[in-house]
Design a protein. Structure first.
Length: 227
């Protein structure tokens, strides 16, 4: 692939307000974000930039990724019908934390992720409440695997039921995430806030760039647009 080709591709999505007045060209910043989110480490991404005569720290690349994830277009207004929600344990530094996540069954759209220091009804209700603030859940049914979630749903005036089949989709997403964490485990050493920012960036990648075979090699964002 010629150098100009990835630059042209990156320019198509680079005019984001989050770039601000950075000295590094938007095309190179967009290219760096895509490189990291699709397979190479932050330090390796910074090394690639040096091949273009740009010297920036891997921390700078890290901040670019967060800005894109926070301000890029969000397909969250999709019509949500069935949403799987669950939690899994993650290790941040030397401490175990609980990662809550929710995914739409039909479009594979990730609706949100959040880290808590414990599991149970209260964290589940807090997470569901956060989803309700961001999405239209008026016609959504949540698929859960525990009674504590049913209590949390009632607190948030949301509906759902126990499901041990389709609800398993969120477990598959956790497996995808685990493979990525194994690849970049050092990303989790900056504390819970840093891990939360990384997760937001990963969800952006999963939603808008990662092709899904189940969706005929479309991204969840493209699937939402085709509804």
């Amino acid at each position: 692939m010629h150098t100009q080709e990835p630059l042209t591709i990156s320019l198509e999505s680079s005019p984001l307000e989050c770039w601000g007045d950075e000295s590094t060209a938007s095309a190179l910043r967009a290219l760096a974000v895509r490189l990291h989110l699709t397979g190479i480490s932050l330090r390796e991404t910074a090394a690639v930039l040096e091949q273009f005569g740009v010297t920036r720290s891997y921390q700078a690349v890290f901040q670019w990724i967060h800005r894109v994830a926070e301000q890029a277009p969000d397909p969250s207004r999709a019509r949500l019908r069935r949403v799987a929600v669950d939690e899994t344990v993650v290790t941040i530094g030397t401490e175990q934390q609980w990662l809550y996540a929710a995914i739409d069954i039909e479009t594979k759209l990730m609706l949100g992720v959040r880290i808590f220091d414990r599991r149970g009804t209260d964290p589940a209700a807090a997470f569901l409440g956060q989803l309700a603030e961001k999405h239209d859940l008026s016609k959504t049914t949540f698929l859960v695997d525990g009674m504590s979630y049913l209590t949390a749903l009632a607190r948030c005036d949301l509906r759902g039921h126990l499901d041990y089949v389709d609800q398993n989709l969120i477990e598959k997403w956790f497996q995808t995430l685990a493979m990525r964490i194994d690849q970049f485990h050092q990303t989790w050493m900056g504390g819970r806030a840093s891990a939360q920012r990384w997760l937001v960036a990963f969800v952006h990648y999963y939603t808008t760039q990662r092709l899904n075979q189940v969706l005929n090699n479309r991204t969840p964002a493209e699937q939402v647009m085709n509804q």
